[in-house]
Write a protein that binds this ligand. Structure first.
Ligand SMILES: Nc1ncnc2c1ncn2[C@@H]1O[C@H](COP(=O)(O)OP(=O)(O)OP(=O)(O)O)[C@@H](O)[C@H]1O
Ligand SMILES: [Mg+2]
Length: 236
């Protein structure tokens, strides 16, 4: 891949050490950099991909080129590549903003200069959460003692509130996109995130609060989405 070659050449990356996870929309590889381990998220070959209701998230987002727009809609090879670049670029932008706002997200390792992000193409390079023996588990996959469950939930609600104040709604918020590392929550997976002035922002936030509560039930947390929303809006 030209993007990986560019990262190696520019010294962003020293080596790729194999696959970590293959998801619905991307494949994540383990990378080595001079500054430590990296997660290399590659958006590609998304033949079956149709991002949960993608049009809803794309609404109002500016693509800026009618031909690319058409290729994306038709899902041609060019369109899929263009779509991958858009997702990666958007994920970088969200990671930079949230990292700077103090939300626990993996630190982005390329950017914030848009031209560097452009060169990174379909590849999001970010700090790896985990250690040599493996990546941090998702909160959905890890058993938690009651104390830890309460702390994790409180941190997840806090992160949702900080994101809202930073002007961002995650859009796919649940224990499936929260990692648990050294007794702390890390928020991942941001290509579908929207600005708080997006016309669906409040509806997406409400859905995020509901999925957060629903997925925390397995950890013994009984929480009402309305309360989560009140604490996000700061009137709890
Ligand atoms: N920075 C990271 N450090 C460690 N592991 C990571 C990192 N980023 C992603 N992962 C791992 O890769 C998986 C997929 O990442 P992510 O959720 O961003 O992509 P996805 O394509 O949406 O995957 P899915 O379809 O499973 O939700 C995560 O569940 C997590 O296990
Ligand atoms: Mg995910």
């Amino acid at each position: 891949m030209p993007e990986i070659a560019w990262m190696l050449e520019r010294g962003y990356l020293d080596a790729i050490d194999g696959e970590l996870k293959s998801g619905k929309e991307a494949t994540v590889y383990l990378g080595r950099t001079r500054a430590g381990l990296a997660a290399v998220k590659v958006y590609r070959d998304l033949t079956v991909r149709s991002f949960k209701n993608d049009a809803r998230y794309r609404a109002g987002r500016y693509v800026g080129d009618a031909r690319i727009e058409k290729a994306i809609t038709k899902r041609t090879a060019t369109g899929r590549r263009a779509q991958g670049r858009l997702w990666a670029g958007h994920e970088y932008a969200m990671l930079w903003r949230l990292h700077r706002a103090g939300v626990p997200v993996p630190e982005p390792l390329i950017g914030p200069d848009p031209s560097d992000i452009g060169d990174a193409g379909e590849v999001v390079l970010m700090r790896y959460v985990g250690d040599e023996s493996g990546p941090a588990p998702r909160l959905a996959d890890v058993p938690l003692a009651p104390d830890d469950a309460h702390r994790a939930f409180a941190e997840a609600v806090d992160a949702l509130a900080t994101m809202w104040r930073a002007g961002i709604v995650h859009g796919d918020y649940s224990t499936y996109n929260l990692l648990w590392w050294r007794n702390a929550v890390v928020v991942i997976d941001l290509p579908q995130a929207v600005e708080t002035d997006h016309r669906e922002a409040r509806a997406l936030l409400a859905r995020d609060a509901a999925s957060l509560c629903a997925t925390f039930r397995t950890h013994g947390i009984e929480a009402a989405p309305e309360r989560v929303l009140r604490s996000v809006f700061g009137d709890a």
